[in-house]
Write a protein that binds this ligand. Structure first.
Ligand code: SF4
Length: 386
């Protein structure tokens, strides 16, 4: 009998080898005669031809010889585990990288219960390597206030200083200068996407990010603010209607503000590749993109951001009256994906679908309205009623 194992991963990872060796040992010990051992993983370059034809989605890797050769090693792991389980008390082991690699360990709260829980943890320092965090932990340094300044770059120093002082850093002059080159009308754009390990739409690839929703706020020269949205819950591939709607909504000129431009720019480029007849119009939007994230990073820091410049952290700091947690149902990108999947499911009632639609629209609208308000603060345009 052949024994196969498939992973939603797109390559064979190191830990899969141990996994396969262990499972092969267990199967054999349970009396299952194994003829071959293979690990299948998803081929992310494969294109779904449609009609439920999934041939080629999985790539098989024969690990028979390797797995069977490791029987003694596996026996050793089991003996070791049994010895530990037989000990009268739990082993003394510190938490570290091994607790999250390759997956989060379920015992983390237990193992870290006696470790220092500093008010200002060192991990709030942006782009501070885990090696440095470890080095400091060895010296008993867990709190930002104890981190020597000579280990910090300018941004990290700012996070340390303003966090400890509980003060806001805002270079208003610099932020306004960053935005001075861009006039009105201005557009504020945000996408929501979905990925499928097993594609459901013809012509799409595993894990391809498929755009199903956008929100766009438009600020006219007159100072009037309007919003348009696209959301496709039909259950068909939303990407082409999305691209058409995007081109129609974005006009021909004026900056297109996004927060973390790499995401939107890459999605637009992919759409242009997928639908070459729309390519020119799509790439013209990309040429107008202005990213608010680097401006936020450079010019603004509030201690409540805890070292992060995600819009979910920056918005409540800059515009406290706007909150994602006040939204009904969908409050983050992960929840938006879940809501989309439920929305396109054939068994979802029309009533529930209408509710999901409303929640998704509200969520994405807040993302772009958040950008409008951030822009307003950064551009020092308090003269506008937004
Ligand atoms: S959290 Fe898990 S991996 Fe980390 S020390 Fe505890 S048991 Fe080991």
């Amino acid at each position: 009998m052949a024994h196969g194992r498939s992973k939603s991963s797109t390559s064979v990872k190191d830990y899969h080898h141990d996994d396969v060796a262990l499972q092969a040992f267990v199967a054999q010990s349970a009396g299952v005669p194994l003829e071959a051992i293979a690990l299948a993983h998803i081929d992310s370059s494969w294109l779904y031809p449609g009609n439920e034809n999934y041939r080629g989605l999985l790539k098989e890797n024969d690990l028979t010889a390797e797995a069977l050769a490791r029987t003694d090693e596996v026996k050793g792991w089991i003996a070791q585990a049994q010895n530990i389980a037989a000990e009268p008390s739990e082993p003394v082991i510190e938490t570290g990288d091994h607790c999250g690699t390759p997956f989060e360990c379920g015992f983390y709260d237990h193992c870290s219960r006696n470790e220092p829980k500093p008010e200002y943890p060192v991990c709030w320092l942006p782009r501070f390597s885990s090696a440095k965090i470890k080095e400091l932990a060895i010296k008993g340094v867990y709190n930002l206030k104890d981190v020597p300044d000579d280990l910090l770059n300018d941004k990290q120093q700012r996070v340390k200083d303003y966090t400890l002082a509980n003060e806001v850093f805002f270079d208003a002059v610099g932020a306004a200068a960053d935005l001075a080159a861009h006039d009105l009308p201005a557009y504020f754009l945000d996408f929501e996407t979905i990925q499928f390990a097993v594609p459901i739409w013809k012509g799409t690839r595993p894990y391809q990010q498929i755009t199903f929703q956008f929100s766009l706020h438009t600020l006219a020269v007159s100072g009037q603010l309007e919003q348009t949205a696209f959301l496709d819950l039909s259950g068909n591939n939303p990407a082409e209607p999305f691209a058409h709607a995007l081109i129609a909504a974005c006009g021909k000129q004026g900056p297109v503000y996004v927060y973390n431009a790499a995401f939107e720019i890459t999605r637009i480029r992919e759409l242009a590749e997928c639908y070459p007849h729309l390519g020119e119009s799509l790439l013209a939007i990309n040429a107008r993109v202005v990213d608010l994230l680097p401006i936020a990073r450079e010019r603004y820091y509030h201690p409540s951001q805890q070292g992060s410049w995600s819009i979910k952290k920056v918005l409540p700091a800059v515009v406290p009256e706007l909150r994602y947690d006040a939204l009904d149902g969908v409050q983050n990108g992960g929840m938006a994906m879940g809501a989309f999947l439920e929305g396109i499911h054939p068994n979802t009632s029309a009533e529930r679908k209408a509710q999901i639609e409303q929640q998704l629209l509200e969520y994405c609208k807040l993302d772009t309205y958040a950008m409008v308000r951030l822009w307003q603060v950064f551009a020092s345009r308090t003269d506008l009623k937004l």
